[in-house]
Design a binder for this molecule. Structure first.
Ligand code: SIN
Length: 299
């Protein structure tokens, strides 16, 4: 049984990726797992200059998940290129770089710079709910989704995956806008906007008051959105949102995902993505699935 997949002409040894922001650039996880086993490492959002992120506290545990308000802290594209790409290139896995910006120009600058280096795909982050400019401010307006996608496409040498926000009334509208802008694929979902209150301090738990909610509690929402988007557009989808096991990943594939990304599960179990790879293989072996295309989008 072989679990190879292809997205925008790039072949992955299996569909399992790390969701941006939950895996750094893989360094911290190297001692727990063999990064060669992953289909791809999707790195934390990278901007044209270093960003220091939001004030703490910026994470909180909730029932079945967590909230984060990191604010896209990152070292900037030059430090990323110098330190992280040589580290990741030691491994036989694809590299997907999540790109962030405050303006369309900044996104374009990052894409242009990354066009000069050895990475496999770009993931356009227009869905981070924790920044005032860029992020979800672009990702909730179909006009802007199309415009940013179209502009960044002009500068990106690698295929461009657009990461969608669930914080909209109709995600298929955003998916269609990204497709019209020339996206080569979609990833969904980013986090749902949420909140937690410390009743003893009578204050929100997060310094920014609200943050992005992720983890197994959001899986049914994510699955429903992948299903709807798959019916609405003709683009490969990387599905994510609460994937903890191989069975969860198979659900996303049946809903229409080509790739699957594991995120919050890493904070509970650093080997989670590897276990998802093994779980998918076990399902395929047990049920005689020779190629994931046989079950993709069958719902
Ligand atoms: C963050 O850094 O605040 C989260 C990133 C994201 O939601 O895209």
């Amino acid at each position: 049984m072989n679990s190879k997949i292809t997205i925008a002409g790039v072949e992955f040894k299996n569909p399992v990726m790390t969701a941006s922001g939950t895996f750094g650039s893989g360094r911290e996880y190297g001692e727990y797992m063999d990064l060669n086993q992953l289909g791809a490492v999707v790195v934390k959002g990278v901007a044209i200059t270093p960003w220091k992120g939001n004030p703490a506290p910026r994470i909180a545990e909730t029932y079945g998940g967590m909230l984060n308000s990191v604010g896209l802290q990152n070292p900037g594209v030059e430090a990323f290129i110098e330190n992280d790409i040589p580290f990741l290139r030691q491994y036989d896995t694809k590299i997907i770089v999540n790109i962030a910006g405050r303006t369309i120009e900044e996104y374009c600058q990052v894409a242009e710079r990354l066009g000069e280096v050895d990475v496999d795909l770009l993931e356009l982050n227009i869905s981070c709910p924790n920044v005032k400019e860029g992020g979800v401010a672009f990702g909730t307006d179909p006009f802007m989704v199309e415009k940013v996608t179209k502009e960044v496409k002009k500068y990106s040498k690698q295929p461009l995956i657009v990461k969608l926000s669930p914080n909209v009334t109709d995600i298929t509208e955003m998916a269609r806008a990204a497709e019209s802008g020339g996206a080569d694929g979609l990833s969904l979902i980013n986090t749902l906007l949420g909140m937690a209150i410390d009743i003893y301090r009578r204050k929100p738990v997060l310094a920014m008051k609200v943050g992005g909610f992720s983890g197994p509690a959001i899986k049914p929402v994510a699955l429903r959105m992948v299903y709807q988007v798959n019916k609405a557009v003709n683009l490969p989808i990387i599905g994510m949102g609460g994937i903890m096991t191989g069975e969860d990943a198979i659900e996303f594939i049946m809903a229409g995902a080509t790739g699957v990304a594991v995120g919050t599960a890493h904070f509970n179990n650093p080997r989670a993505s590897l276990e998802v790879v093994e779980g998918i293989q076990k399902y395929m072996d047990t049920y005689g699935v020779k190629d994931l295309a046989e079950i993709r989008g069958i719902i």
